[in-house]
Design a protein around this ligand. Structure first.
Ligand SMILES: *Cc1c(COP(=O)(O)O)cnc(C)c1O
Length: 469
């Protein structure tokens, strides 16, 4: 399988290169040249596969430059770290199916992609004798999932900036209690935006970037999308086995459009009609809901909500969908993305019919999030985290009788205990992964939010770590 850029200005590259490139060198995003189609018989034959076996069947159709046994091994190791035997179990509650994606080491769905990405990086770097210094800024969740994805790996260092005392105490501990020698946490005196701005500036310093082999871990890496396609396929198999139904709907709490884009790929791959409807759910940061309902893709200021991982006003994976919406026209995609960069908005109302065939959408308010957590607990004694609650509320709105609805549960409620407590009057049980975390020893560097200081730190630590390893 070859990979192309949405902006059309790189020559086709194989999977391995697409993973290492991350963002395409022409500023676009990478996509497979074609989306493989799965026939009805093949699909039915997957019914009894384990998660890892199914992941291999799905992923191997997009990967042809890693030997079969190596790819199988990478997949097996990536999902062996999950505490649920089924990796992504489905729970049936009332007329909804809750797809639990939070059984990985950091209790959020990002583990599913980042455990895999970390192992792919390690494999490719060792094969090609390369090294990588991952640099990123986090507002909380992605940082810990990325750290857990690469902790202890040879040839990789990871530097994660977080705003000092502005992430939750649990989130901070999830990052700073990882004591492996290749993990460097930096608390900056400043905001998440300050951290993000520094990281951007360092990546724009091309000489520094090349010299220290800097790499990113944000959600634009194709390998992350690919890993997420798997659980859509698995849930369709699971639900159709239970309900003898050929069509399934999904509700997806959405921020950067990565998770729902994986659903869009799954919908195209699977036999027609297997996935009927993708419900896009946002919190008060409703840019994507406005896009689906009106074709209006225009940025507003970011609002802080109880589902912080979705407090986003420029969805980094959106360009991938835009490219398909524009009939795979890279010149037009580039033009519109440049327009968005300049004006913070683009008008896609002319494509309204197609958009509505691909998605339905709604925005969910803060009050509705709390009400949904409370009502769901009362009815089912099941605790939703605030992100999942956004999806469940949207699912209830779009649920059609006779069509199973799968709600993606993207985080464990214990990660967002304070909001849950407000809604139901008690804290969720603390899972093993978080037990005693506040008392564990931690390591973190507190620094001023200055590009030069961060750069000097990266330069010093990366050199030492690789010389020793
Ligand atoms: C990242 C995240 C989301 C949003 O997923 P996207 O792929 O960015 O749309 C939803 N819920 C949780 C808990 C997350 O961490």
């Amino acid at each position: 399988m070859q990979y192309l850029s949405t902006r059309g200005q790189i020559s086709p590259i194989p999977f391995s290169q697409a993973v290492m490139m991350g963002l395409a060198e022409d500023g676009g995003l990478l996509l497979p040249r074609t989306i493989p189609r799965i026939g009805t018989d093949t699909f039915a034959s997957w019914q009894k596969l384990s998660y890892a076996e199914l992941a291999f069947e799905v992923m191997s159709r997009f990967v042809d430059d890693i030997p079969v046994s190596d790819l199988k091994d990478i997949i097996n190791r990536s999902y062996a770290t999950f505490t649920a035997k089924e990796v992504t179990p489905v729970v049936h509650l009332g007329d909804l199916h809750i797809l639990e994606l939070f059984h990985g080491p950091t209790l959020a769905f990002k583990d599913i992609a980042l455990q895999f990405l970390g192992n792919i990086f390690e494999y490719l770097l060792s094969r090609d004798q390369g090294v990588l210094n991952i640099l990123g800024a986090t507002s909380g969740d992605t940082g810990s999932a990325a750290i857990y994805g690469v902790r202890g790996k040879e040839r990789i260092n990871i530097f994660i900036l977080h705003p000092h005392q502005r992430v939750s105490p649990v989130q901070e501990k999830q990052m700073t209690t990882v004591l492996d020698a290749n993990v460097f946490n930096i608390a900056i005196r400043g905001s998440f935006d300050d951290g993000q701005a520094i990281v951007k500036k360092i990546f724009n310093d091309l000489e520094f970037k090349a010299k220290y082999r800097l790499g990113a871990i944000n959600s634009i890496n194709w390998a992350r999308v690919l890993a997420q396609v798997v659980y859509y396929v698995r849930s369709c198999l699971h639900v159709s086995a239970h309900e003898k139904d050929s069509s399934v709907d999904f509700a997806i709490p959405t921020g950067n459009f990565g998770d729902i884009f994986a659903g869009y790929i799954a919908k195209k791959m699977l036999p027609p009609g297997t996935i009927r409807q993708l419900v896009l759910a946002t919190n008060d940061n409703d840019i994507l809901a406005r896009f689906v309902t009106k074709g209006d893709y225009s940025q507003a200021t970011v609002k802080i909500t109880s589902s912080p991982s979705m407090d986003i006003q420029a969805a980094s994976n959106f360009e991938r969908y835009l490219y398909y919406l524009l009939d795979s026209d890279p010149a037009r995609t580039r033009e519109l993305m440049e327009e968005f960069g300049k004006n913070g908005k683009i008008d896609l109302s002319g494509h309204h019919e197609q958009i509505r065939r691909d998605f339905v959408a709604t925005a969910v308010s803060e009050q509705e999030v709390r009400e949904t957590i409370a009502a769901f607990y009362q009815e089912h004694e099941y605790i939703l985290d605030p992100h999942t609650a956004v999806g469940v509320k949207a699912a209830q709105k779009f649920k059609t009788v006779g069509v199973p609805m799968v709600c993606l549960a993207t985080a464990h409620p214990a990660k967002f205990g304070a909001v849950v407590e407000e809604a139901i009057g008690k804290l969720p049980d603390v899972p093993l992964a978080l037990a005693g975390i506040m008392e564990k020893p931690s390591r973190c560097e507190l620094m001023d939010a200055e590009k030069g200081k961060i750069q000097a730190f990266v330069a010093e630590k990366s050199a030492t770590a690789f010389n020793n390893g």
